[in-house]
Structure formats: structure tokens, C-alpha cells
Design a protein around this ligand. Structure first.
Ligand code: 5GP
Length: 192
């Protein structure tokens, strides 16, 4: 998606450690025009699908997933990061290894918010090694629901998540696909 690619070129900062910082418009300060356009694009890509819920992970995913849910008129469920889990059987749980914080944490979704009748579209800001997405997919498997597809704003194709998860048969639509980055020269190459 050209708008997103151009915004990343204009405002993105490439950090050592394979991190692309987009806090000017997506991760800290939000540009509502951009976020709204991203939501429209996800909706266009999944227009043939009857989606019952949007699923994302806090916190960055929420801002992007919300307009998708709002425009589709369906609930948005976000997996919450949990300090300690009360294993009372009411929660779906999974583990994420944070790419940016270099530590593992638990994520939870209350069972009452996802059921086997749901057809879910998963939305997130970045796809890198796939840990966050795999945690959401594990929660979907636990709920025995159907995953219609996945919508990612920025996929870093040089990391393994996208290829691994596509090879399991999931549909992933990424609006900007980065083939390589160079922190020393602040250079980004998109997948053509
Ligand atoms: P993964 O679990 O696929 O390795 O990483 C995805 C998660 O880590 C995303 O939810 C996002 O919050 C964070 N993340 C991964 N790569 C980047 C990056 O380059 N920049 C930023 N800002 N966040 C990232």
C-alpha cells in the first residue's frame, strides 16, 4: 500500500536490531488519516468474508484494529498481557516472546469473548518472527474458531514469521512488506 510505504520512508527510523520505529504515525502518535486508510484497505482485502470478530493484541494492535471493527460493525477483542494468570478455566492463554523487549510474557483472552461460532480476522501492527501472531493463533485454536485471515500493517519479510505462518495455510495480507533494512544508511527496500 503506497500510502503506508511512503509514510514509513518519510517518518520511519531504522534501529539496529532489526527494529523499524514508526512512532510518529502508528505506534505512539497516531495519524488518524493513515490508520483509517489502513482499516479501509484491510476491509477491502477481506470484503468477501463474513467476519464476526476482530482479534488483536495490546497495546499497539488496538488502535489499528479498532477502526476495522468499527467500520465492519463487529466487536474487537484484544489479548491482554498478564502479569500472573489465574488458571480458573475461564481464560485462553498463550505465551509471547516480545521482539522489542526481549522477554517472554503471557497473554490472555476471556473464554466468553471467543467461541467456535466465530469467524475471526486478526490484525496487528508488525509481523517479525511471528511470536505475537502465533500466540493469537493458539488462542483461536483453543477457542476452536475459524480464522478467516490475518491483516498486518508492516511485515518484515527478512524475519521468519510470515513464511512460517503462511506455510501452515493461513492467509496473511500485509500492507507494507519490507524486504531489507539498513540501519547505517537508513535505507528500506520493499518487496516488489
Ligand atoms: P513478532 O512476535 O512477530 O516477532 O513481533 C511482532 C510484535 O513485535 C508486534 O506486535 C510489534 O508490537 C513488535 N514489533 C516487531 N517488530 C517491530 C518493529 O520493527 N518495530 C516496532 N515498533 N515493533 C515491532
Amino acid at each position: 500500500m503506497k500510502l503506508l510505504e511512503d509514510k514509513i520512508i518519510e517518518y520511519g527510523q531504522i534501529k539496529h536490531g532489526n527494529v523499524v520505529k514508526v512512532d510518529t504515525f502508528l505506534n505512539h502518535q497516531l495519524d488518524p488519516f493513515v490508520v483509517d486508510a489502513l482499516a479501509d484497505e484491510f476491509i477491502r482485502l477481506y470484503s468477501g468474508s463474513s467476519i464476526s470478530k476482530i482479534l488483536t493484541i495490546e497495546s499497539s494492535g488496538i488502535a489499528i484494529a479498532y477502526p476495522v471493527a468499527s467500520k465492519l460493525g463487529v466487536p474487537l477483542v484484544f489479548a491482554k498481557k498478564a502479569e500472573s494468570i489465574n488458571l480458573d478455566g475461564e481464560l485462553y492463554t498463550s505465551k509471547v516472546f516480545s521482539f522489542t523487549k526481549h522477554r517472554e510474557y503471557d497473554v490472555i483472552v476471556a473464554k466468553k469473548f471467543l467461541s467456535d461460532k466465530d469467524n475471526v480476522l486478526i490484525i496487528d501492527d508488525f509481523l517479525a518472527n511471528g511470536s505475537a501472531l502465533n500466540a493469537l493463533l493458539s488462542i483461536c485454536t483453543q477457542a476452536n474458531l475459524h480464522v478467516e485471515g490475518i491483516g498486518i500493517c508492516i511485515e518484515k519479510c527478512f524475519q521468519k514469521g510470515g513464511e512460517e505462518i503462511r506455510s501452515k495455510g493461513y492467509r496473511i495480507e500485509s500492507l507494507a512488506m519490507i524486504e531489507s533494512i539498513d540501519a547505517d544508511n537508513q535505507k528500506i527496500v520493499y518487496k516488489s
